[in-house]
Design a protein around this ligand. Structure first.
Ligand SMILES: Nc1ncnc2c1ncn2[C@@H]1O[C@H](COP(=O)(O)OP(=O)(O)OP(=O)(O)O)[C@@H](O)[C@H]1O
Ligand SMILES: [Mg+2]
Length: 157
């Protein structure tokens, strides 16, 4: 593969379960996500898209093969280093949102930075909140939002 990749996997195999319950969700996938590009992954339900994303982002581990973020091979990292890399270099929108129900919208938005002990830039945070139209919902809990608001979909015109 040529060019630079923000993330890539080589010969990626992911097997869930064992015996009769075994599922081979990835079976030797090699691909890269080009730096500065948008990449869409398409395929039928159950074809392994979420599995691929989770493994490429360091949220889950491959059974065989390698996953890289930039030049870093994730399998070689300790749990602590992997946690730091995820916190500092990966953003992930889950298929089901994984918002923390007891935190407010504002607290959910800044949670990764709060955990990292860094102070969110108020102007940048405000700009993001503006884009997704949640300015008047900041002190609500996720359960009080619509499905699209939970996902952070811009409200449109
Ligand atoms: N934790 C798990 N344990 C066992 N099997 C799993 C697990 N997660 C996913 N699978 C199985 O692995 C396969 C791939 O699942 P995956 O969630 O990656 O599919 P997907 O392409 O994201 O599907 P969808 O479009 O429905 O979101 C499916 O057969 C699924 O049932
Ligand atoms: Mg999925």
């Amino acid at each position: 593969m040529s060019g630079t990749f923000a993330a890539r996997v080589t010969a990626a195999v992911k097997v869930y379960g064992s015996g009769d319950a075994e599922v081979r969700a990835l079976d030797g996938a090699t691909l890269g996500f080009g730096t500065g590009r948008f990449t869409a992954i398409m395929g039928p339900s159950g074809s392994g898209k979420s599995t691929l994303m989770h493994c490429a982002a360091g949220l889950d581990t491959l059974t065989f093969g390698q996953a890289y973020i930039g030049g870093t091979e994730l399998g070689s990292l300790s749990d602590k280093k992997l946690t730091l890399l995820r916190r500092e270099r990966v953003g992930f929108v889950f298929q089901s949102f994984n918002l923390l129900p007891t935190l407010t919208v504002a607290e959910n938005i800044t949670l990764p930075q709060d955990l990292a002990g860094s102070r969110p830039d108020p102007e940048w945070t405000e700009a993001l909140i503006d884009v997704v139209g949640l300015g008047d919902r900041l002190h609500h809990r996720p359960g009080e939002l619509s499905g699209g608001q939970q996902l952070g979909v811009p409200p449109g015109p």
